[in-house]
Design a protein around this ligand. Structure first.
Ligand SMILES: [Zn+2]
Length: 483
């Protein structure tokens, strides 16, 4: 099966794209619900009617199944699952590591996946758990890479996926990704991150995903293996993940948990159903609780919430408003906020992929000052031409005797009045100025001053900001009072 990936829109490192697998196309970012043929709480056909374009199932489960193995070999997965979209198979390396009584070789599982008609086949990689030490991670990685190369050699026509492993060690992840890039694989899952997500270690998740992205080709389609909860999808897309697979809709339903884009709630504790999906608008919380179909109703709601979040993210990428969505989602849990803050520590890397112009820029607190648009503006500032005497005016009042007059907008900094309508100055909405944003704007002034050491700068900032500006820019002349 030929696999190709085309990026259509970009925002931060996120993309909206088209993954073409043979004749079938998946719009990305996309969610691949996990299908267990033995527990089809929602059928793949129903999922297709809900807009699902791809699913993932487990080759190990099919291989072990008395009910499904022969049917899959005879009729193919698409027929057995009754699904017309893209079907990806996981090799079952996780299951093998847990129930490792049956030995299946890399080539055997690849051949089996191909024989049952899987569209995306995955070699038998070794998912290194986060607790593993460095030498274990290195040994596991060497085996994984060997198997990927073997898969690429023996199954080149099937474009096998090439998973990036390396445990929690960012340099191993980056090296693994670079090796994966050399194989020419288009479809690149990032593996063994489930335990990080399950224990809310989002800071490390960001570190390993960005390290992998650093080594991968920007043209590859990146699948974050096992990312389940919709509250972290926006963060993952901002890092350049294109696909997610999720069993969460079903696992959470089994435990009586009701997903929302911000977190999950217990159906037993709900008096209201804060959701617009068909299930929630035609049932009360109590009706779901008491229903014999409780698990299925919850799963249907959970899947719809998850799909709606993916749609919201796709729209945000097209509009250039993904930062606002990431900010909003990551405030729903302190550990997600840790992940968001870690992401902001990598702004120079993100900036190089980010789009030039966006629909809008909303200031949402101190974190906003570290965003790509601010960094890029501060880099651009050095190209503003200025004369010998420069006035930077905070409230747009002007004075005589200056060669250059610039206005000021935090968190960006100084701008020529002629740029007042262009992005980001013209499209940015900031609330009443606070110290963080003015300090960030002063960093912009500092860049301009450093670039023009022969010019004299006067900052007319008024009384309110006089102290802060004097501290931030000790070599500037600061006017605090109206003249
Ligand atoms: Zn609902």
């Amino acid at each position: 099966m030929t696999i190709s990936f085309e990026v259509i829109h970009k925002d931060i490192m996120g993309r909206c794209g088209r993954l073409k697998v043979g004749e079938r196309t998946v719009r990305t970012p996309a969610l691949l619900p996990v299908i267990n043929p033995h527990l089809q709480i929602i059928t793949p056909r129903e999922m297709q009617d809900m807009g699902v374009e791809a699913v993932i199932t487990n080759a190990y489960i099919f291989n072990m199944s008395r009910t499904y193995r022969d049917a899959a070999l005879r009729d193919g997965l698409h027929s057995v699952l009754d699904f017309d979209g893209v079907i990806m198979t996981d090799s079952g390396s996780f299951q093998l590591s847990v129930y490792g009584d049956v030995e299946i070789s890399n080539l055997e599982t690849l051949a089996f996946q191909k024989a049952i008609g899987s569209d995306i086949i995955v070699p038998l990689d070794i998912p290194t758990p986060p607790g593993a030490d460095r030498s274990t991670a290195e040994e596991d990685l060497a085996v994984t890479m060997e198997r990927i190369r073997e898969a690429c050699m023996k199954f080149r026509d099937s474009s096998p996926a090439a998973p990036v492993q390396g445990g929690i060690f960012p340099d191993l992840r980056e090296a693994a990704a670079r090796e994966v890039r050399e194989t020419g694989a288009v479809f690149c899952p990032i593996g063994a991150v489930v335990p990080l997500m399950e224990s809310y270690r989002y800071r490390e998740l960001v570190q390993v995903v960005l390290a992998a992205k650093k080594g991968l080709s920007p043209a590859s389609c990146v699948h974050l293996f096992g990312a389940g909860h919709p509250s972290m999808f926006a963060l993952a897309v901002a890092m350049g993940c294109d696909l997610f697979d999720s069993a969460a809709y079903a696992l959470y339903a089994k435990e009586g948990r009701y997903l929302t884009p911000h977190g999950s709630l217990k159906i037993d504790e709900l008096a209201e159903l804060p959701c617009a999906c068909g299930i929630c608008r035609t049932h009360t919380a109590e009706e779901i609780r008491k229903s014999e179909e409780r698990e299925r109703l919850l799963a249907l709601h959970n899947l719809q919430v998850t799909l709606a979040e993916i749609a919201r993210i796709r729209q945000a990428v097209q509009d250039g408003t993904l930062w606002e969505l990431v900010d909003e989602r990551c405030r729903s849990h302190p550990r997600l906020l840790d992940g968001y803050r870690e992401l902001l520590r990598h702004t120079p890397m993100l900036e190089s992929s980010d789009r030039v112009s966006k629909r809008r820029f909303f200031y949402r607190g101190a974190e906003t000052c570290s965003r790509t648009e601010v960094l890029r503006y501060h880099q651009m500032i050095t190209r503003i031409g200025v004369g010998r005497r420069v006035l930077i005016t905070f409230d747009q009042r002007v004075a005589e005797g200056f060669d250059t007059i610039l206005y000021f907008k935090p968190p960006f900094g100084p701008y020529p009045p002629g740029l007042g309508e262009t992005f980001p100055i013209g499209q940015s909405e900031v609330p009443e100025w606070d110290e963080e944003m003015v300090r960030s704007g002063c960093a912009g002034i500092r860049r301009l001053m450093e670039e023009n050491p022969g010019s004299g700068f006067v900052i007319w900032c008024g009384e309110r900001w006089g102290g802060l500006v004097t501290r931030e820019l000790p070599s500037a002349e600061v006017w605090c009072e109206p003249v």
